[in-house]
Design a protein around this ligand. Structure first.
Ligand SMILES: NC(=O)c1ccc[n+]([C@@H]2O[C@H](COP(=O)([O-])OP(=O)(O)OC[C@H]3O[C@@H](n4cnc5c(N)ncnc54)[C@H](OP(=O)(O)O)[C@@H]3O)[C@@H](O)[C@H]2O)c1
Length: 270
């Protein structure tokens, strides 16, 4: 399966650990998920490694993403932190390695260099970023010709990300979502519930399908087998242009979950 096809439906693993992680991830693999999203900060890489080892799924089938936290953006710490991720995940190389956040001073040049070095040494196949603003995406393009395969950001129907979508189209750096169902907030919205009835699917499926049709890959986390299956089963229907536009209207809510209150080092968002 091609990278983009596999990557477009990823299973998120924050904040799962231990038995919760292994049960949810095993269900996700059973329903067909092959892209798995983790991060050093989630402290669950070793639980993921153990679950994958016993899954019977070959390494080639999987697409594993992890992320380096900002306190490891130093010459001394970056590479060893990635080597530790590999050891815990029990793999030789990550499929995708991301900078989890832009550095506090906003100067991305050095962390990007560390990331490129990690790729050149074979620690990862692809590189990407997370929580980068439009200007940072443009700066990435100035600094390197190496493809940056994703910018993982908060993306759901209650948040307007048009500026970032525009920068993504301009730079060719695709977006991937997190907080895809706005941690449950989307389930309160009447329009989304109505569309779920109209299309005879679950509300979560309407939301994830809208994200995909915006050209954005999805990361969704669930511990509930019914939701895990539904979140993966989002390719069998298509939202009409009219309904896409109706959902687009909801983005004016501008409800953002991951802001400076939650993450003090978050950048000034677009
Ligand atoms: N790069 C970053 O900085 C960053 C930040 C945050 C998250 N992430 C990644 O993105 C992933 C997803 O984001 P998230 O987990 O924060 O938020 P989310 O996917 O918006 O919300 C997860 C919550 O939604 C519920 N849920 C999921 N699907 C559902 C459905 N179909 N119907 C009803 N409820 C549903 C889950 O409950 P149940 O378990 O009951 O289904 C869970 O409590 C994370 O796991 C992580 O891998 C990355």
């Amino acid at each position: 399966m091609y990278f983009q096809q596999k990557y477009e439906r990823g299973f998120g693993t924050f904040p799962l650990k231990g038995r919760d992680l292994s049960e949810a991830l095993s269900t996700a693999l059973d329903v067909g998920y092959r892209a798995i999203d983790t991060a050093q900060m989630y402290q669950n890489e070793s639980d993921i490694g153990k679950t994958l080892e016993h899954s019977g799924i070959t390494r080639q089938e999987l697409l594993i993403t992890s992320k380096v936290p900002i306190d490891k953006y130093t010459q001394k710490d970056f590479t060893p932190s990635v080597e530790r991720s590999l050891e815990q995940l029990k793999i030789d190389s990550l499929d995708v390695l991301l900078l989890h956040w832009p550095p506090a001073d906003g100067d991305i040049e050095q962390p990007l260099e560390f990331l490129l070095n990690a790729q050149q040494s074979g620690l990862c196949k692809h590189i990407g970023v997370s929580n980068f603003t439009s200007s940072m995406l443009r700066r990435c393009k100035e600094l390197t010709d190496t493809p940056i395969v994703t910018n993982q950001v908060e993306f759901h129907p209650l948040l307007n990300q048009d500026t970032l979508l525009q920068a993504s189209a301009e730079t060719g750096i695709p977006l991937a979502s997190y907080c895809s169902v706005a941690r449950g907030e989307v389930f309160k919205v009447d329009l989304l519930k109505q569309l779920a009835t109209d299309y005879d699917v679950a509300t979560g499926q309407i939301v994830l399908r809208w994200i995909l049709q915006k050209g954005v890959s999805v990361n969704a986390m669930s511990t509930n087998p019914v939701n895990i299956r539904a979140n993966f089963d989002v390719l069998s229907f298509t939202l009409s242009n009219v309904d896409m536009a109706r959902i687009d209207q909801l983005t004016h809510t501008n409800y953002r979950i991951v802001d400076k209150h939650l993450v003090p080092w978050a950048p000034e968002w677009d």
